[in-house]
Design a protein around this ligand. Structure first.
Ligand code: GDP
Length: 532
């Protein structure tokens, strides 16, 4: 039976863009927002009511580095859908936050720079999508500039990630001589015969003008280039690279578009494609692998927790992805892990709107809860029948550092601070027998997490501390037997992770795994999610 909840859920599309820095993520985000007339944005934006003037060190840190630590969400209505675009910080110093955003989306757009193809950070983020079975649409960007050959790019994608690109548009003209695209399937309900012409000069807010040329016109204007595009497009059909929704949804193929975000070419097609083919929110499985039906009571989980570092007015913003039911601002919700109830009076979803507060939200939407100090990353909140979603995965760390306080008289506060930052998921906290529990080891996906940890220890807990970087670059999971056997092995270190009781082995490089395996046959050394 269709209820308002299932209807609202069915028209939601919640996704993120994954890319390597400089591929054009900010550019395409802006283009999508303009295209979709963004109606709301959620982020750690202050300046409403009594919060006016709160500018945290956090923000200045972002400003100084010109990067976004805050994962925000943009919401816009397009056709009859509501599109939620979650931001993944794209800086090279990215952290677990970047990965966690991908736990809150139903689809991803993989943005590639046409001259560079698959780059390292794209690959890492893609691995998270793969592990979480998130369908991926590929957008090959900057086709207005000299680029790799289109067919070679497809091969590269398939080779590097093992899923087949299925182009839905195909470029007319090589990179740098972009004439337009041939549409290989109906997009937005209509299939343009001939080609969609790209006009470089139109510029302006809406960017490139897209004009459809009939087959004869296309042939007349772009003779050889059009003929070649048609030929290649046909060839794609022969090698089974035609779009197929089932294999897209199962993560075995990636529908691919060509465009130039800077001039908004291909952006409208991307938006239409998202609405046409990306999955709407579906019943998420709880810890017992039982799906939480969309029309049961409200539920959601915290995928990001943003603390403000202003010492006089410390508050915390928890970003919640709505999984089921309707969220009403002011409703009482229960935190599944602790059983505590809390009010959601200060919910914010739409900082861009005039009111700055959310009145309601539906599955797929993102709600920001202000002053949600009791909420940690991974927590479930719900109303009505109880539900608890699985904890967020801990991602493979690539940076390790022992953290030592400068003033040992503050040991108690230090411990409290470390525990708090661990609970929030700012960084992974590990202990090793070698160092004892006075010197925790921090493990991170990106070194930025160390800086944030140190800054917050100092500002929020009054404990200046420093990091001694350790020479490990990857981690493997082991068990208690492995931990015992490897305890004294040279060049590595065995850690416990109190967050989930896991044993982690810090290793300098992949070769060390091989030597450990040959020294200790049968020992467990399991890769962690992403990277490692
Ligand atoms: P991000 O680091 O992925 O967010 O990348 P940006 O959006 O900041 O873009 C990086 C650079 O590439 C900027 O100078 C953009 O103007 C440029 N850029 C982005 N998209 C295009 C495009 O389609 N064509 C061209 N020529 N340049 C682009």
């Amino acid at each position: 039976m269709s209820t308002q909840v299932t209807q609202e859920a069915a028209r939601r599309r919640t996704f993120a863009v994954i890319s390597h820095p400089d591929a054009g993520k900010s550019t395409i985000t802006e283009a999508l927002a303009l295209y979709g007339h963004a109606i709301q944005s959620a982020g750690a934006v202050h300046g409403k009511g009594d919060r006016k003037g709160v500018v945290s060190d956090w923000m200045s840190m972002e400003k100084d580095r010109g990067i976004s630590i805050t994962s925000a969400a943009l919401q816009f209505e397009y056709r009859d859908c509501v599109v939620n675009l979650l931001d993944t910080p794209g800086h090279a110093d990215f952290s677990e936050d970047t990965y966690r955003v991908l736990t809150a989306v139903d689809a991803a757009v993989m943005l590639l720079d046409a001259a560079k193809g698959m780059e390292p950070q794209t690959l890492k983020l893609f691995e998270v999508c793969r592990a979480r079975r998130i369908p991926v649409i590929t957008f090959i960007n900057k086709w207005d500039r000299p680029a790799k050959d289109a067919l070679e790019l497809l091969e590269e994608v398939e080779e590097r990630i093992g899923i087949k690109p299925t182009p839905v548009t195909w470029p007319v003209g090589i990179g740098g001589e972009f004439r337009g695209v041939v549409e290989r399937i109906a997009i937005g309900g209509k299939k343009s015969e001939g080609m969609v012409r790209y006009e470089r000069d139109s510029g302006g807010v809406t960017g490139a003008k897209m004009e459809v040329l009939g087959e004869d016109e296309a042939r007349e204007q772009f003779g050889d280039e059009y003929a070649r595009a048609c030929e290649e497009s046909e060839l794609l059909g022969e090698v089974e690279a035609d779009f197929d929704r089932t294999s897209f949804l199962s993560g075995d193929t990636t529908p691919t578009l060509f465009g130039a975000a800077l001039v908004h070419f291909g952006v409208g097609q991307l938006m239409d494609l998202l609405v046409d083919i990306a999955p709407a929110p579906f019943a998420r499985e709880d810890v017992e692998e039982k799906p939480r039906e969309l029309d049961t009571g409200f539920s959601g989980f915290v995928f990001k927790s943003q603390a403000n570092m202003n010492s006089s007015h410390r508050d915390q913003l928890a970003f919640v992805r709505v999984c089921s039911g309707k969220f009403d601002r002011g409703m009482q919700v229960t935190q599944a892990q602790s059983g505590k109830t809390m009010s959601t009076k200060y919910a914010q979803t739409m900082f861009g709107s005039s009111r700055g507060t959310a009145e309601d939200a539906w599955p797929g939407d993102i709600v920001g809860l202000v002053n949600a100090t009791g909420l940690s990353v991974g927590d479930t909140i719900y109303e009505g029948s109880k539900v608890e979603f699985p904890p967020l995965p801990a991602f493979a760390p690539e940076h390790f550092g022992a953290v030592e306080m400068r003033d040992t008289s503050k040991a108690k506060r230090f411990r409290k601070g470390i525990a708090q930052l661990d609970a929030e998921g700012v960084v992974q906290v590990l202990y090793s027998e070698r160092r004892g529990d006075g010197i925790p080891v921090l493990a991170a996906v990106g070194p930025l997490q160390f800086e944030v940890t140190l800054a917050r220890l100092k500002d929020e807990f009054g404990v200046p501390a420093e990091i001694n970087h350790l020479p490990y670059q990857l981690a493997r999971l082991t068990d208690s037997d492995g931990a015992k056997k490897l305890m004294t092995a040279p060049g590595i270190e065995v850690f416990t992770r109190p967050r989930d009781g896991a044993y982690l082995v810090g290793l300098p490089n992949k070769y060390r795994i091989q030597t450990l395996l040959s020294d200790h046959p049968g020992i467990k050394l399991e890769a962690l999610l992403a990277g490692g």
